[in-house]
Design a protein around this ligand. Structure first.
Ligand SMILES: *Cc1c(COP(=O)(O)O)cnc(C)c1O
Length: 385
């Protein structure tokens, strides 16, 4: 990629976002619907905290959008993952399979339960956990003992598997769930980035035993901060609600808590914002899809840069757009040029197995993750006006 192509790229993004000079962030939220109306309504009602009608309405909207039977609103996506892992049965000293290319919240949630992340390679097309990589790794280390899957190398139970739908592109979730079923490993889908992404007709986050969504400020829609636990299992949903609301036994005046609970309930103020944002979700995704098509057409003419396209058979939410460069040096040049010109771009996360907290964790071969970490760049992805 040459200097003139860097300039062309910046010019194209500035034109696409109709921003000739000002700084262009990677992904900024858009509030163009009922956000202010619902927020003022929540304030006027005095129900701004952990009880209120918007929380119920938000949960109802989430079940409608995702098709999950139950949705439990929580403070953020990390908390949603934490409680989901607990409910999947993860305990201290267990191992949890996840991908090396993800945001740090994924292994952190595993660590909150004092379990150990075990990193699996990603697929070069989905950018998420590879079904083949998972099978290869299970062939190497898995051993069934009385119907429970163990890592025979570390002598630890493999208690769950957490695939993540990177940038909103769905992983090979059907294959992964089928494989995990055959080893009795429950699947918790980290669908933090994939609200509005489908495999066939089914929403991501509803294939496993549990799924989690984030509504952080940088995600496709936002509640300021927020998360959701999705499940089709009534008992798990009830447990999720109980644990995230300080494990208080429902009663008109008594304050009795019957186990260790968490103050993870989404405040009504955030839920009000979330309801207004969800009303815009389809429109935002349509807008992002069109942006993806414009990028695709543009980068076809730029040698040495591939625009990442959606995996076959899936309908992504196009949360973050990404390009792939030929090597790390090229990647760094693009990052330097675009950021120097006021168009924010970003490399992907440092691989999780390279972070100090996770450097000693078990992992399979991670060559695709390494390649992607060296060559991917996220480019401007906000909804366009
Ligand atoms: C954003 C994100 C989370 C965490 O969500 P928060 O709401 O920020 O806590 C978890 N996993 C992934 C992959 C994410 O991108």
């Amino acid at each position: 990629m040459m200097e003139t192509q860097f300039k062309k790229t910046v010019d194209f993004i500035r034109e696409l976002y109709n921003t000739p000079e000002a700084f262009i962030p990677l992904h900024e939220p858009r509030f163009v619907g009922n956000e202010k109306k619902y927020l003022i309504d929540a304030i006027d009602s005095t129900f701004v905290s952990s009880v209120g009608e918007y929380v119920n309405r938000f949960e109802e909207m989430m079940t409608q959008i995702t098709g999950a039977k139950y949705a439990v609103a929580v403070v953020n996506g990390t908390a949603a993952l934490h409680i989901s892992l607990k409910l999947a049965g993860v305990q201290q000293g267990d191992e949890v399979l996840t991908q090396a290319l993800s945001f740090v919240a994924t292994p952190n949630a595993i660590s909150y339960e004092k379990a150990i992340p075990h990193f699996i390679d990603v697929n070069e097309h989905t950018l998420g956990m590879g079904a083949d990589a998972l099978q290869t790794r299970l062939d190497q280390v898995a051993e069934m003992r009385d119907g429970v899957c163990w890592n025979k190398e570390t002598n630890r139970k493999i208690a769950a598997c957490v695939p993540m739908h990177t940038f909103g592109f769905p992983v090979e979730i059907e294959k992964i769930v089928a494989m995990c079923d055959s080893y009795n490993i429950p699947v918790v889908e980290d669908a933090a980035e994939s609200l509005g992404s489908y495999v066939g007709e089914q929403h991501t986050g509803t294939f496993g035993l549990l799924g989690t969504v984030s509504l952080n400020g940088n995600k496709v829609v936002t509640s300021g901060g927020g998360g959701v636990i999705l499940t089709n299992d009534k008992e798990i949903a009830e447990r999720a609600k109980h644990l995230t609301t300080t494990a208080k036994v429902p009663h008109k005046w008594d304050y009795v808590h019957n186990e260790l609970g968490y103050n993870y309930r989404m405040p009504n103020l955030n839920a009000a914002l979330a309801c207004a944002q969800l009303e815009q979700l389809d429109r935002y995704i349509g807008n992002k899809k069109e942006t993806a098509q414009r990028y695709q057409a543009f980068f076809e003419k730029i040698s040495g840069v591939d625009f990442i396209q959606k995996p076959a058979g899936s309908t992504p939410n196009y949360w973050l757009h990404a390009v792939q460069l030929e090597n790390r040096a090229q990647r760094d040049k693009l990052l330097e040029y675009t950021n120097g010109e006021g168009v924010m771009t970003r490399p992907v996360w440092e691989l999780l197995n390279r972070l100090p907290m996770y450097i000693d964790c078990p992992s399979g071969d991670l060559s695709v993750s390494s390649l992607l970490a060296d060559t991917l760049v996220n480019i401007t992805s906000s909804v366009r006006n």
